[in-house]
Design a binder for this molecule. Structure first.
Ligand SMILES: *[C@@H]1O[C@H](CO)[C@@H](O)[C@H](O)[C@H]1NC(C)=O
Ligand SMILES: *[C@@H]1O[C@H](CO)[C@@H](O)[C@H](O)[C@H]1NC(C)=O
Ligand SMILES: *[C@@H]1O[C@H](CO)[C@@H](O)[C@H](O)[C@H]1NC(C)=O
Ligand SMILES: *[C@@H]1O[C@H](CO)[C@@H](O)[C@H](O)[C@H]1NC(C)=O
Ligand SMILES: *[C@@H]1O[C@H](CO)[C@@H](O)[C@H](O)[C@H]1NC(C)=O
Ligand SMILES: *[C@@H]1O[C@H](CO)[C@@H](O)[C@H](O)[C@H]1NC(C)=O
Ligand SMILES: *[C@@H]1O[C@H](CO)[C@@H](O)[C@H](O)[C@H]1NC(C)=O
Ligand SMILES: *[C@@H]1O[C@H](CO)[C@@H](O)[C@H](O)[C@H]1NC(C)=O
Ligand SMILES: *[C@@H]1O[C@H](CO)[C@@H](O)[C@H](O)[C@H]1NC(C)=O
Ligand SMILES: *[C@@H]1O[C@H](CO)[C@@H](O)[C@H](O)[C@H]1NC(C)=O
Length: 878
């Protein structure tokens, strides 16, 4: 490029041009042009630069060429160059060859945003007409030539963002016309010359991001025109001169990131025009001046990271214009003024890391525009006021490291924009409200180090933007919800140190999750014991090695088992104490770890309570085993279903997960499965015990059947429908019973029905291999199962239809493909053992009959869902 220029601009060619063009003024401009071309030749210019227009063509007869066709050049009428503007041209080079002497007419000189380097030559003083000098955003080094002080027409001097060192020349104080002095972002050192105070026209003085030291000259208080003053990010020391309070036009005052000490002068309260004040990160002491309440234009006030003490003045808090207030990392004390509620424009408030006490004022809820609020690391106590739920726009909320107690208000569910919520390290208790799931924008949630208890709500699956979740160091219990598997992948999850139990859900999110310190949790991840079924996989048939116990306590009830296990636990520990040297069998220790209770003790107690499964305690025999009544403690009875020995061939894969799922089901009308116990000799399931036994056994015996009047029967049907609807439609994934029959419907002392054996057939995989092993009871099995071999909810619907008919008829309906609607009414089929009901009840019985007929449709798709059945029964029977 440069060599090409050389060719074109050889003196010979220039002479030709000069000869062929006549005007007088051309001489001046031509000389300048020639000199500029020499300078150009010293520069590195990108190929596509505008500067390619800087050339002289032999055929060009226009004498005033630089003025007309050169990029970035504007001339005077006499052809002399007035403005030279090469901003953002990608040029690299120095000013060594720049023709300062020739371009003395220059008023505007703009080389900003290029790659100029080297010093600014002192010859710059020759550009005596300069008004506007902009060398900003280059790589100029060396010093600011003091002679710049001669350019007394200068109004704008921009040298910012270079590599200029040395001190600010005192001579700059001579630039009487200067309105704008910006030398920020350099390496300037030394002190700020007080001579700058002479610059009476100065609006903007930017000295920030240098290495200036010493004090802020008191004299700067004379710069009455000043609107913007920034000396931040230097090493200035001494105190803030109170004279700055004279700068009545000041809008920006940036003193941050220095070593300023002493207290903040009250006089700053006079700066009525101030919109932005930053004194943060200094060594300031004393209190926040009450006079700041007069800064009525203030939008942002940064005083953080000093050593300020005393209270937050109410006067400051009620400033209507305030948008951004940062007082964090000081030593402020007292309580948070409720008057913040009047700061309705406030969008960012950081009071963190102070010594604030008292409560979070409920008036905070009035700060409707709040986006970012941090009160972290204080000594705040009391509850999180539910009123703050009305923050409509909140994005960031940090209340961590305080002494807040009470529960998380459910009003937090209203924060639809929040993406950071940190309540860590408080004393918050009770459960995590399910409303948390509404925070769909949340990326970071930290509730660690509190006293949160109860289960993690499955609604966490609503947190679809989550990246980090920390619930560590709480008292959360129950299993880790499967809902976690529905969260996006790549979340950093920490559930350490809780009281969680059960298997870790299968999700990539848990591969690197932190779950240590939850003795009841198992899974194939670091810090957690393998689950029993994983052990099983490893060791093939551990059922012959030890005892497996899986128990998940229902919230209420099961006092029996709780008492039993607590007792067992203590006994176990005492036993351990007594024989401290007895080496624990490695394998069995792993099995025990599932619950941290000793399965062996439970096993022994049940054996004792049933006299080693004596016939005398048997209360029935089902498809998979015999059921025993076990009174473990006085008045505390459970039903124990001892599995047939053939059941030991169960497919172990996922077995315990299944048990856990079933133990977690809580529905009034579903018999609770408390747990599962396996021992080389016996395996059994432990259930809730129901006094009146099965519906089947009652219907079989006339005396008992007579007790079951029409209303009770209708209610039984209704309740069974309701329980099935719950399992089919409210559980995820839906749970199919597979074996609904009158033998599996148990009645309590009030004749209220409870469905038993939910999912047991799947649990025991009795339907997986061949026709004869299809789950279900003959006479209740949906016809399609014979050829599809796939159990669906609609199979349950069919079985339910049979059961409903049977309850009304008092006996199994037998083969019934042709039950016409007309025939199927109480008058024709009703149990004759009980007297005819009132017309009102008769209507209900007939409804049950017609619904059961619909359920028996041979086309599964033609059958209603259990939800529909349940809704119809509810609607009509209430
Ligand atoms: C000379 O300059 C005039 C005015 O700028 C322009 O119109 C004309 O085309 C130029 N002549 C040549 C030969 O470039
Ligand atoms: C230089 O040109 C740029 C854009 O073309 C303009 O924004 C800037 O104000 C000019 N500089 C001067 C000193 O006129
Ligand atoms: C800045 O200037 C100093 C000398 O004053 C030099 O050592 C340094 O490399 C320069 N830095 C840059 C980024 O040009
Ligand atoms: C300011 O710093 C200088 C050294 O840079 C030191 O000599 C002077 O005593 C300091 N002044 C104050 C008030 O701290
Ligand atoms: C705060 O605002 C309320 C009305 O919203 C007003 O009554 C009260 O006087 C205000 N307080 C202050 C200190 O301005
Ligand atoms: C919110 O405030 C915190 C603390 O002052 C700050 O670190 C963070 O950058 C702020 N976030 C936004 C979005 O303003
Ligand atoms: C929450 O705050 C605590 C302390 O105040 C901090 O250690 C933790 O990193 C914060 N959590 C997140 C997710 O930023
Ligand atoms: C919260 O703590 C305060 C004391 O700071 C106490 O008076 C109050 O009873 C506590 N509230 C709850 C719900 O624990
Ligand atoms: C999880 O939290 C615990 C306790 O707070 C901590 O020790 C551990 O480092 C955290 N793990 C991760 C991965 O953040
Ligand atoms: C545990 O996980 C690792 C890697 O994900 C896998 O290779 C290993 O087979 C797993 N172990 C068991 C017992 O599932």
């Amino acid at each position: 490029m440069t060599s090409l220029n050389f060719l074109l601009f050889s003196p010979t060619l220039l002479i030709i041009i000069t000869l062929s063009s006549t005007p007088n003024f051309a001489c001046a401009s031509l000389k300048e042009a020639n000199a500029l071309l020499k300078w150009k030749a010293s520069l590195e210019i990108p190929n596509n630069a505008f500067l390619s227009s800087w050339l002289l063509l032999p055929m060009n007869s226009n004498a005033s060429f630089p003025c007309t066709s050169w990029f970035g050049i504007v001339c005077n009428a006499d052809g002399s160059i007035r403005k030279l503007n090469l901003t953002s041209s990608g040029v690299k080079g120095t000013l060594h060859q720049f023709p300062f002497a020739l371009l003395h007419g220059l008023t505007h000189f703009d080389l900003s945003v290029n790659n100029f380097f080297g010093p600014i030559p002192p010859e710059i003083r020759l550009l005596s007409k300069l008004i506007h000098l902009d060398f900003s955003e280059n790589k100029f080094s060396g010093v600011i030539p003091p002679k710049i002080g001669n350019l007394n027409r200068l109004t704008v001097l921009y040298l910012f963002s270079n590599n200029i060192s040395g001190s600010i020349p005192i001579e700059l104080g001579n630039l009487n016309s200067l309105t704008d002095l910006q030398v920020a972002y350099n390496q300037l050192s030394g002190s700020i010359p007080s001579s700058l105070a002479n610059l009476k026209n100065l609006h903007t003085l930017y000295l920030h991001e240098n290495k200036l030291s010493g004090p802020i000259p008191i004299e700067l208080g004379n710069l009455e025109s000043l609107t913007h003053l920034a000396v931040s990010n230097n090493q200035l020391n001494g105190s803030i001169p109170s004279s700055l309070g004279n700068l009545g036009n000041l809008q920006w005052l940036m003193l941050k990131d220095n070593k300023l000490s002493g207290s903040i002068p009250t006089e700053l309260g006079n700066l009525k025009s101030l919109t932005n004040l930053a004194v943060n990160r200094n060594l300031l002491i004393g209190s926040i001046p009450v006079s700041f309440g007069d800064l009525t234009s203030l939008n942002s006030l940064y005083m953080h990271q000093n050593q300020l003490s005393g209270p937050i003045p109410i006067q400051l808090v009620i400033l209507k214009s305030l948008i951004d207030l940062k007082l964090n990392k000081n030593q402020l004390s007292g309580s948070i003024p409720p008057e913040f509620g009047n700061s309705t424009q406030l969008q960012r408030l950081d009071l963190s890391s102070n010594r604030l006490t008292g409560q979070i004022p409920k008036e905070f809820g009035k700060m409707k525009r709040m986006l970012n609020l941090s009160l972290a690391d204080n000594q705040l106590s009391g509850i999180i006021p539910p009123e703050i739920g009305s923050f409509e726009l909140i994005e960031v909320l940090d209340l961590s490291t305080n002494r807040l107690n009470g529960s998380l208000p459910i009003s937090i569910g209203q924060w639809e924009h929040i993406h950071y919520l940190n309540l860590s390290n408080n004393k918050l208790g009770e459960k995590v409200p399910s409303e948390i799931g509404k925070l769909v924008q949340l990326t970071k949630l930290d509730l660690s180090q509190n006293f949160l208890s109860d289960v993690i709500p499955s609604e966490v699956q609503g947190l679809q933007s989550l990246q980090k979740l920390d619930l560590s160091h709480n008292r959360l219990s129950g299993s880790i919800p499967n809902a976690f598997t529905r969260l996006p992948h790549g979340i950093d999850i920490n559930l350490s140190y809780n009281e969680l139990s059960g298997p870790v859900p299968q999700s990539p999110n848990f591969v690197n999750a932190s779950i240590e310190g939850n003795p009841g949790v198992c899974g194939n991840i670091t810090g957690v014991k393998l689950c029993a079924n994983q052990m099983i996989k490893k060791k093939n048939n551990p059922f012959h090695h030890g005892v497996i116990l899986v128990i998940i306590f229902p919230l209420i009830g099961a006092a029996v088992l709780l008492g039993l296990f607590t007792y067992g636990h203590i006994a176990y520990r005492q036993q351990k104490k007594r024989s401290p040297h007895k080496p624990l069998d490695e394998e069995s220790r792993d099995y025990f770890s599932i619950t941290s209770f000793d399965g062996g003790v439970v096993y022994d107690d049940i054996l004792k309570a049933t006299d080693d499964f004596d016939e005398a305690y048997s209360i029935g025999t089902g498809g998979y085993g015999t059921v025993y009544k076990a009174e473990i403690q006085p008045n505390n009875v459970v039903a124990v279903k001892k599995l047939h020995s053939s059941s030991e061939n169960v497919d172990q894969n996922g077995f315990l997960n299944e048990v856990r799922t079933l133990t977690n089901i809580r529905h009034r009308n579903i018999v609770k499965l408390y747990g599962y116990c396996s021992h080389p000799r016996h395996s059994f399931l432990i259930y809730e015990y129901l006094e009146k036994g099965s519906l089947g056994s009652i219907l079989r015996i006339d005396d008992l059947a007579k007790e079951l009047d029409w209303l009770k029967r209708v209610n039984i049907v209704k309740v069974v429908a309701n329980g099935l609807a719950y399992m089919h439609h409210d559980c995820s994934p839906p749970i199919i019973h597979r074996d609904i029959s009158i033998a599996n419907i148990l009645l309590d002392s009030d004749y209220e029905a409870h469905i038993s054996d939910f999912g047991t057939s799947k649990l025991l995989k009795l339907d997986s291999s061949n026709w004869t092993a299809i789950a279900g009871t003959y006479g209740y099995i949906a016809p399609e199962l014979a050829y599809t071999m796939v159990a669906t909810e609609k199979c349950d619907v069919y079985s339910f239809g049979i059961v409903a008919l049977e309850v009304i008829m008092g006996k199994h309906p037998g083969e019934l493909p042709t039950l016409s609607a007309d025939y199927l009414v109480l008058g024709n089929v009703g149990d004759s053992r009980i007297p005819h009901p009132s017309p009102q009840v008769e209507k209900q019985v007939d409804l049950v009959l017609s619904l059961s007929r619909a359920c028996l449709n041979s086309n599964p798709n033609g059958r209603p869902t259990m939800r529909q059945v349940s809704n119809l029964l509810m609607k009509d029977l209430l």
